[in-house]
Design a protein around this ligand. Structure first.
Ligand code: NAD
Length: 494
């Protein structure tokens, strides 16, 4: 008997209130009056609707953000007050943790356990971390190498009005990880959450207002990527776009942003390798490799979606992961027993199953899974595919589902070349007891994050981003905040 989870009264109440957009401090519908349905991925039912914002709404939001950027109280607010504000947002997220976790699970499908343990506390941690940065953004005083006496200084100023475009895999966390540094740097923002999962971002907007953020500093416009997202990316009044999503859309933003040469940070796709060396603690590596691909149903940009194992250990490792894949409890995120939830949408499920079909037709072998699961909702079984060739689509392209491709390796010297053999370079993980081999390999892999004896982990102070077509720039840490600033040089002859 599936456990029927009773959502808290606060969540029921939150769902009864309309989800509206935040523009200039007011909660509004789309000018067009159009809405989009939001579905529960666990059963396909409609949870609620969100406004289908478009160019007109984006325009109003950008105007509001510009006004807030140039005027008091935001423009004149001391860094310490901004810090208190961001800290208060973190506290408010924690106070409303139950509602956020439940909304995230309803909207995205992920297990409630994960929403509670990672997404919600993670979002609070982001705001707390970035709160600390408000008082620490500073320039330098380089010495001019010229005759005469000068004082030269650099000032780090907010880049201006920023457009933040976020994906559906970690909706609240992505919003927090972009809003935090933008606000700490003194920018104002227009946030465009993914159309599939906008609910927690909209409720976060309420907390931002409750914390005392002045009107217009954060605006939230919901709507389709091709309408609201594209309008934001093209808008001449936006100084920077920070985007997380697919590489294809990331590339389109280069064109969209060229009109006013806006700055771009792109956190794009990946096809990250898990590499197990012969001397690894195989049982730990097996558990790590399974977690790296099946966590969040594989909808993780840094998911370990390719596995390379020396031929001698190959069967043991692959059998181990196949066996672990059978331990996942597939079900609605609201069931406390669930460890593998649905994919975010029907479209994503079909996309993932399409890749599996392609692999079958290309002669690959489905070692486990490979099918939709259940009669309702967008579930896909944990899937492992063997007998693959390096040029197959399933090996080269980001699938964004619980699908692992496995390859035996005969010559360890080839490992770096195999790991590097995709257009992506987001992350890689290496499992070994020989730290020297690990570091040597880490140096040869072209990826933004390499983990050793661990799946992908990080946090607000750990730079994250990609080499190659996995993106431009880094989020988090000092690089993260600097990307929301412009550097100004002031030179005075004394
Ligand atoms: P996407 O890139 O289409 O969407 C991400 C965000 O961009 C959403 O907010 C969307 O509304 C917006 N967007 C879409 N088209 C836009 C446009 N033309 N201009 C401006 N904004 C636009 O991703 P998706 O369709 O949601 O997922 C497709 C694939 O993207 C996934 O299967 C996966 O491969 C990848 N993805 C990667 C990440 C990541 O963290 N790297 C996250 C989500 C999806």
């Amino acid at each position: 008997m599936p456990v029927i989870y009773k959502y808290s009264a606060a969540t029921e109440c939150s769902l009864k209130r309309p989800f509206q957009m935040l523009i200039g401090g007011a909660w509004v519908n789309a000018e067009s009056g159009e809405t989009l349905e939001t579905r529960n991925p666990a059963d396909g039912s409609v949870i609620t609707t969100i406004p289908a914002g478009d160019k007109v709404d984006i325009d109003q939001a950008v105007v509001a953000a510009r006004r807030a950027f140039e005027n008091s109280p935001w423009a004149g607010m001391t860094p310490g007050i901004r810090a208190k504000l961001l800290w208060r947002v973190a506290e408010l997220i924690e106070e409303h943790a139950d509602v956020f976790a439940e909304l995230e699970t309803l909207d995205n499908g992920k297990p409630l356990k994960a929403s509670r343990a990672l997404d919600v506390p993670g979002a609070a941690a982001y705001f707390r971390y970035w709160s600390g940065w408000c008082t620490k953004v500073s320039g330098q005083t380089p010495q001019l190498d010229l005759p005469g006496e000068f004082m030269a200084m650099t000032l780090r100023e907010p880049v201006g009005v920023v457009g933040l475009i976020t994906p559906w895999n970690f909706p609240l966390l992505s919003a927090a990880s972009k809003l935090g540094p933008a606000l700490a740097a003194g920018c104002t923002a227009v946030l465009k959450p993914a159309e599939q999962t906008s609910l927690t971002a909209l409720r976060l907007g309420e907390l931002l207002m409750e914390a005392g953020l002045p009107a217009g500093v954060v605006n939230i416009v919901t709507g389709l990527g091709i309408k609201a997202g594209a309008a934001l990316a093209e808008h001449q009044g936006v100084d920077k776009i920070s985007f997380t999503g697919s590489t294809a859309v990331g590339k389109s933003l280069l064109v969209a942003s060229q009109g006013n040469l806006k700055r771009l940070t792109l956190e794009l796709g990946g096809k990250s390798p898990t590499i197990i060396l012969p001397d690894a603690d195989l049982d730990r590596a097996i558990a790590g490799a399974a977690h790296a691909i099946f966590r969040n149903a594989g909808q993780v940009c840094a998911a370990g979606s390719r596995l390379y194992v020396p031929r001698r250990q190959f069967d043991y490792v692959v059998n181990g992961i196949v066996s672990m894949s059978g331990d996942y409890k597939i079900g609605p995120g609201s069931d406390p027993e669930t460890t593998l939830g649905p994919l975010v949408s029907e479209r994503q499920r079909e996309r993932v199953l399409g890749y599996v079909d392609d692999a079958r037709q290309d002669g690959a072998q489905i070692l486990t899974g490979g099918r939709a699961y259940g009669n309702a909702g967008y579930f896909v079984e944990p899937t492992i595919i063997g007998n693959v060739k390096p040029d197959m689509k399933v090996v080269q392209e980001e699938i964004f589902g619980p699908v692992l491709v496995v390859t035996p390796v005969d010559d360890l010297e080839e490992l770096a070349a195999l790991a590097n053999n995709t257009i992506y370079g987001l992350s890689a993980s290496i499992w070994t007891r020989d730290i020297s081999s690990a570091y040597k390999l880490a140096r040869r892999i072209r990826a933004g994050t390499i983990t050793i004896n661990s799946g992908n982990i990080g946090g607000p102070n750990i730079p994250f981003g990609g080499f190659k077509q996995s993106g431009w720039g880094r989020e988090n840490g000092v690089q993260g905040i600097e990307s929301f600033t412009e550097l100004k040089t002031v030179i005075t002859a004394l």
